[in-house]
Design a protein around this ligand. Structure first.
Ligand code: F6P
Length: 357
């Protein structure tokens, strides 16, 4: 029996831990594992892949990135950006199917976020024996309480906040930190609470810059001369604009710029010296946290179990400390966003954080 694994979309800390789990569990069953390179592209004839033996995975569990390479500019993209659905060309599906039959792949494990799992679902509906594994630092997938990679991104934000806090304090400045997360505010919310933010601005909660400025001025009046503001890249300006950097290469829309925007507006409104810092890809790079190493390895092992049971069209899912599964369809039908009335937001408000509303 031979199975395939590919990871697609942006890289994410913990991808190698998944590969490690898959290869370990498959070899215990006497199966061979083929790793397709550069996401779905590796499936296109003649096939770009490598056989993954246990020796190839020694020591990779703790490595960031992915030994298989990845891309988010693909001919098998079924969904680009929020809400936009594109069909995969019939010819591309046929080509990928040819590679699957030639290599006699009996199960294909797709490790991906919303976009890649949408592609996986298309392939499943076209007859591919697909199993999904939820990957994204954004934590915006339905049907799983957590994706791997999220904890590592939050831990990077917390480390950055700790560093930026001391310089903000020394200079009595307002520091605005822009973080990733696309249309969801999870990284900002968790990173903000854990990193000691005074203000958290999310895509899910409309904010007023006048209210944020007043909050900072009130802090000033009480003797707190520095303030930490964290803003999610997908947060909109008060007039509803989503700030983006234009990509010339035809890839997905790249969010960015809200941090500088908020910093400039707050400087004008508060009269305080303000600086912006965009954390960018620092949040995706580097070694996974302990939690993401464990989640990744467990997800990989569970994916092989689902393949063994022939439960195709399922995605590994994390619920109440248990690794279980859900249908891929359920995971991708819409993004999991922060609930403005939810318990995490309530916690932020209770400990005195301003959400700008
Ligand atoms: O989806 C993960 C993510 O890191 C988002 O948080 C971010 O908006 C995007 O990918 C960045 O993508 P790229 O690596 O293509 O710039």
């Amino acid at each position: 029996m031979r199975i395939g694994i590919l990871n697609s979309g942006g890289d994410c800390p913990g991808l190698n831990a998944v590969i490690h789990g898959v290869v370990g569990a498959a070899h215990k069953l006497g199966w061979e594992v083929i790793g397709f390179r550069d996401g779905f592209e590796g499936l296109l004839p003649p096939g770009d892949y490598q056989v993954l033996d246990p020796e190839d995975t020694v020591g990779i569990l703790k490595l960031g990135g992915t030994i298989l390479g990845t891309t988010n500019k693909v001919s098998l993209a079924a969904k680009m950006g929020e809400g936009t659905k594109e069909e995969i060309a019939e010819m591309v599906i046929k080509k990928a199917s040819r590679t699957m039959s030639q290599l006699e792949i009996r199960a294909l494990i797709v490790v991906g976020g919303d976009g890649s799992l949408s592609t996986a679902l298309h392939l499943y509906k076209a007859g591919f024996p697909v199993i999904g594994v939820p990957k994204t630092i954004d934590n915006d997938l339905q049907a799983t309480a957590m994706t791997f990679g999220f904890d590592s991104a939050v831990s990077c934000v917390v480390d950055a906040m700790d560093r930026l806090h001391t310089t903000a304090l020394s200079h009595k400045r307002v520091m605005v930190v822009e973080v990733m997360g696309r249309n969801a505010g999870w990284i900002a919310l968790w990173g903000g609470i854990a990193g000691g933010a005074n203000v958290i601005l999310l895509p899910e909660i409309e904010f007023s810059l006048d209210k944020v400025a007043q909050f900072i001025k009130d802090r000033e009046a009480k003797g707190n001369h520095s303030s930490m503001v964290i803003v999610a890249e997908g947060a909109r300006t008060p007039d509803g604009k989503l700030l983006t950097n234009k990509n010339d290469d035809g890839s997905d829309v790249r969010l960015g710029g809200i941090g500088d925007f908020v910093a400039n507006e707050l400087a004008v409104r508060t009269g305080k010296e303000t600086r912006a810092c965009t954390l960018g890809h620092l949040q995706r790079g580097g070694a996974p946290t302990g939690l993401d190493r464990i989640l990744g390895a467990r997800f990989g092992v569970k994916a092989v179990k689902l393949a063994e049971e022939g439960r195709f069209g399922r995605m590994v899912s994390y619920q109440s400390y248990h690794v279980t599964s859900s249908s891929i369809e359920k995971a991708v039908h819409k993004l999991k966003l922060v609930d403005p009335e939810g318990e995490e937001v309530e916690t932020a408000r209770a400990i005195g954080i301003c959400l700008g509303d």
